[in-house]
Design a binder for this molecule. Structure first.
Ligand code: ZN
Ligand code: ZN
Length: 122
């Protein structure tokens, strides 16, 4: 081992204010992953356009509308921009509000668009 003192890694301390609940959110989660949505209410802001040709940086509020499960088993949150209707999906962070996540995941099961009684006659 060399005795040269290593410089400490630059701390990413940038934050943003949640567009929905006003919470001050750190741009990086505790494990170093980049986050773009509020861990409390899961709302986001449309600042990076992921779709080619789409209107970029419209700064509209992005509402969490659904949970998607990747092939790896990881959960992602699907956001829709209230201003330009663009859809994005971002990985769930470990400190995201699990109650809100679960509520979104079970919503289609709790409110099916067809009568559940039909399953009883199968
Ligand atoms: Zn929030
Ligand atoms: Zn937008």
């Amino acid at each position: 081992m060399s005795s040269t003192s290593s410089t400490p890694p630059v701390l990413k301390t940038s934050t943003f204010a949640c567009a929905w609940c006003g919470l001050t959110v750190s741009t990086y989660a505790a494990d170093g992953t980049r986050r773009n949505h509020c861990p409390s209410c899961l709302h986001s802001q449309h600042v990076l356009d992921h779709v080619e040709g789409g209107p970029s940086d419209c700064l509209g509020r992005m509402s969490p509308i659904a949970i998607a499960v990747l092939r790896t088993g990881d959960w992602t949150v699907v956001h829709r921009c209230v201003r330009c209707d663009e859809l994005t999906s971002t990985p769930v962070c470990t400190d995201d509000n699990q109650l809100v996540l679960m509520r979104m995941a079970v919503r289609p099961l709790a409110q099916p668009p067809f009568p559940l009684e039909a399953f009883g006659t199968l």
